[in-house]
Design a protein around this ligand. Structure first.
Ligand SMILES: CC(C)(COP(=O)(O)OP(=O)(O)OC[C@H]1O[C@@H](n2cnc3c(N)ncnc32)[C@H](O)[C@@H]1OP(=O)(O)O)[C@@H](O)C(=O)NCCC(=O)NCCS
Length: 227
């Protein structure tokens, strides 16, 4: 009878957001590759991406959550409580792993990839000036098959809650201003407000968004979206 009950129990159809573990890394890389096709980081290959996400997992300042449906990863979000320190520490401690993982791409396009590597070495998270205690949401993706079902929003909400529980007062992120309307709209709907736009040396114009998660005035807390 127990066996019958097991067979007829429907699978869990509600995505669950939870903290990632080391066994989630390969699947995060797969979601990344499917969601960011054509992006430079993706062109560096799975091993390189694995090291990037492992950096968030192993860092004390990292936040790394996944959304799972029936045990399969369908989305993830990563970020850091210490944007300036995270990228510096990552390269300081693991530069050899990144070089090894990115070697095939480096040999194929030495100038372009070399220039980007240098940019990565100098990258400090582009934190907004004048906003203290802000957490960087660095990467977010939902498996294309499950887009538009609230998974991205749930990941953002969980990320903000985790950041707040660790003492942050705001979350910020960067995304392309141009040819990227859906993502800009998505973040607007998730309670982020455009803080500034600026050009990078690569000539990409970036939009920087901020969401206040814990302004404590008069004893009550306000968040950018309802959850
Ligand atoms: C952007 C992304 C994370 C959105 O995830 P998602 O699960 O599809 O989004 P949700 O279903 O949670 O949508 C939340 C809100 O944003 C809106 N939204 C989502 N995608 C949108 C789009 N393409 N255009 C306009 N609005 C969009 C939804 O309509 C919803 O608003 P509503 O609640 O008022 O209906 C997902 O499309 C993705 O992974 N894209 C590729 C990777 C990427 O660009 N990541 C972001 C940059 S780091």
């Amino acid at each position: 009878m127990c066996e019958d009950a097991k067979r007829t129990t429907p699978p869990n159809q509600v995505p669950v957001v939870r903290k990632a573990t080391v066994s989630d890394l390969e699947n995060t890389v797969s979601v990344h590759v499917a969601s960011f096709s054509g992006f430079f980081l993706t062109s560096l290959g799975r091993k390189f991406l694995f090291e990037v996400y492992r950096g968030f997992l192993e860092s004390d300042s990292g936040i790394y959550l996944i959304s799972a449906l029936d045990g399969s990863q369908i989305g993830f979000v990563v970020g850091t409580m210490d944007p300036g320190g995270h990228f510096k520490q990552l390269l300081y401690r693991r530069w050899y792993r990144f070089i090894l993982a990115g070697l095939p791409a480096l040999l194929r396009h030495p100038i372009m990839v070399g220039r980007k590597f240098l940019g990565a070495v100098l990258y400090r998270g582009e934190k907004p000036a004048g906003i203290e205690n802000s957490v960087l949401l660095s990467s977010l993706a939902v498996s294309p098959a499950t887009n538009g079902k609230g998974v991205g929003r749930a990941l953002v909400e969980s990320f903000c809650k985790e950041a707040e529980s660790r003492g942050a007062s705001s979350v910020y992120l960067l995304t392309d201003r141009d040819d990227n309307e859906p993502v800009n709209q998505f973040y607007g709907k998730c309670g982020f407000r455009l803080e500034s736009s600026f050009g990078r040396q690569s000539r990409r114009i970036m939009n920087r968004y901020v969401r206040i998660i814990a302004p404590r005035n008069n004893g009550h807390t306000t968040t950018g979206t309802s959850s």
